[in-house]
Each structure stands twice: as structure tokens, then as C-alpha cells.
Ligand binder design. Structure first.
Ligand code: NAP
Length: 266
């Protein structure tokens, strides 16, 4: 049984999948700490969830690509006596680009947020998580973690990192109270960018492979609480993954590049 003084900390909790995770956790009566870029979205989400579910919600507006930010998040929790027993590293940036034409900042942002912030948050919060009889880390990966993706080269590689890191960390923490889950969703309509990218794919793909953020959140929280190591939400997404495992690597890379190229033309 969780203590009422415990909190679930969600990075990128102001909108998209992070907001859906926050609502799902609130529905299960978890108190929340929402961390995202400073802005009205964050406050609005916190107020909406507090009013609807009567759980405690606090927010920290911070840019997690700044090297000192993960440490500041931990200090904020410690100085407010917030005990975190669930850490959800969800903040991440996607996008498609021709690598040689993209800016240094484009790659840097994805590496700093999708990889560095997630790793350092795990490292810093493990001691606090371990103090609880049961604790969880939920890392948001992506289905793009499973193969090299041209025109999403940095993003897909960052999500491969998240997946492999999470699986390895789960094994290292096997004899502790902490269980680590990585969720690997296919496309989810969350923001203008993801709407645009998803709409370049065929109607059938959109109908059967694209889940909404609420469904992703429900499946993810269930899997996390069951101690699952890695999940791909959606029956058809899992089927697609199994089928693509049977295809030759070169064919898959070329086929995926052709599909993603369309996103660049949108
Ligand atoms: N949408 C998809 O199709 C899809 C598919 C697979 C995996 N994912 C993964 O799911 C996660 C969430 O994606 P989403 O589509 O829900 O994204 P989103 O709607 O763009 O929301 C991103 C969240 O991260 C926060 N954020 C962005 N940059 C940040 C920074 N530098 N520091 C702190 N917070 C920052 C945003 O804060 P603000 O509100 O302040 O901007 C927002 O709360 C990501 O890791 C993404 O890679 C998404």
C-alpha cells in the first residue's frame, strides 16, 4: 500500500503522453510531481488534475537539457520533503530531418533530453526510490528503438539507447525494491509535429497502429505496476514488430527510409 506522502514524478508531464500518464496515475490516487518546460500548460495541467482527482500535484518548470537540471529536480524534491517512489522519464523530442542538413542544436537537444537527462534522473533518484518497499521507474522509449531509421537517425538511436539502458538497469536492480519498465509506443497524436508525421502514413496504418495517449498511459502504468521489463502497446504493433524481425536488415532500413522521407515533404 502506497503512503499518501509518496509521489509519482513525471517529466514532460504537461502535455501529450506525459499528461495522459499523469491523469492515469491521478485516477489511481497517486500524488504527482510534474516537471516540464516552464509555461502555462504545466500549471493548467496541474490545476485540472488536482480539481478532477483530488490528489496533491506540484510542478517544476525547468529545461531538462541544461546539465544541472536533473540535480535541481532532486534538490526540489528533497527541500519539499517529497518522497518519490515512481519516476517516469517521459520528456523527449522526436522529429525527422536530413542529418547532414540539420543543425548541431537539433542533435544536441535529442541527445541531452532523450538520453542524458533520463540517465542522470535515474542515477540521482535511485537512492530515494530504494528507500521505499516497492518503487518503479517507467522510461518512455519508442517503437523506433528496434531498427536504424534514416531521417530519424538520432531520435531512433536515442530510443534504442533508452530501451537497452532500461533493460540493463532493471537487471542491475533485480535484488532491490526498484523495477524498471520501458514502454515503446508507435506513433501517438500528441502535438502538431506528431499529427503531421502520422498523417503522411496510409489510412489503414493510422487506423490500426496508432493508439491514443490515454490508451498508451493505461497500458504503461499497468505494465509498470506488474513489473514488466519492456512493452510495445497495441496488438497490431506487436504483430508488426514480430513480422519485421523476419525481414532482412537491409530491406527494412531501405523500406523505412522511403516511408519516413514522406514526412520530410509534408
Ligand atoms: N507522440 C508520439 O508519436 C510518440 C511515439 C513514441 C514515443 N514517444 C515518446 O513519448 C514521449 C512524450 O512524447 P509526446 O509526443 O507526448 O511529446 P509532447 O506532446 O511534445 O510533450 C513533451 C513533453 O516534454 C516536455 N519537454 C520538452 N522539452 C523539454 C525540456 N527541454 N525540458 C523539460 N521538459 C521538456 C514538454 O514540456 P512543455 O509542455 O513545456 O513543452 C512536454 O511536457 C517522448 O519521449 C517521445 O519520444 C512519442
Amino acid at each position: 500500500m502506497r503512503d499518501d506522502t509518496n509521489y509519482t514524478l513525471i517529466t514532460g508531464g504537461s502535455m501529450g503522453i506525459g499528461k495522459a500518464l499523469a491523469r492515469e496515475c491521478a485516477l489511481r490516487k497517486m500524488n504527482l510531481l510534474l516537471v516540464a518546460l516552464p509555461g502555462s500548460e504545466l500549471e493548467e495541467t496541474a490545476n485540472e488534475i488536482h480539481e478532477e482527482f483530488s490528489v496533491k500535484v506540484d510542478t517544476l518548470g525547468i529545461d531538462l537539457t541544461e546539465p544541472a537540471s536533473p540535480g535541481r529536480v532532486l534538490k526540489w524534491c528533497q527541500s519539499n520533503n517529497y518522497t518519490v517512489d515512481i519516476l517516469m522519464n517521459n520528456a523527449g523530442i522526436a522529429g525527422s530531418a536530413i542529418f547532414e542538413e540539420s543543425s548541431i542544436e537539433y542533435s544536441d537537444q535529442r541527445i541531452l533530453l532523450n538520453i542524458r537527462a533520463l540517465v542522470i534522473m535515474c542515477r540521482l533518484f535511485i537512492p530515494m526510490l530504494k528507500d521505499n518497499p516497492k518503487a518503479f521507474i517507467l522510461n518512455t522509449g519508442s517503437m523506433s528503438a528496434y531498427q536504424p531509421l534514416a531521417y530519424k537517425s538520432v531520435y531512433a538511436a536515442s530510443k534504442s539507447f533508452v530501451r537497452l539502458f532500461s533493460l540493463a538497469l532493471n537487471e542491475e536492480l533485480r535484488d532491490t525494491s526498484i523495477s524498471v519498465t520501458v514502454v515503446n509506443p508507435n506513433g501517438v497524436r500528441t502535438n502538431a509535429g506528431s499529427y503531421g508525421r502520422i498523417n503522411t502514413h496510409g489510412k489503414l496504418v493510422q487506423k490500426i497502429l496508432i493508439l491514443d495517449a490515454e490508451e498508451i498511459a493505461r497500458i504503461s502504468v499497468d505494465a509498470m505496476l506488474k513489473g514488466k521489463k519492456s512493452i510495445v502497446p497495441g496488438f497490431w504493433n506487436r504483430c508488426m514488430l514480430q513480422i519485421t524481425k523476419l525481414l532482412p536488415a537491409n530491406y527494412k532500413i531501405k523500406k523505412a527510409a522511403k516511408i519516413i522521407r514522406k514526412e520530410l515533404l509534408k
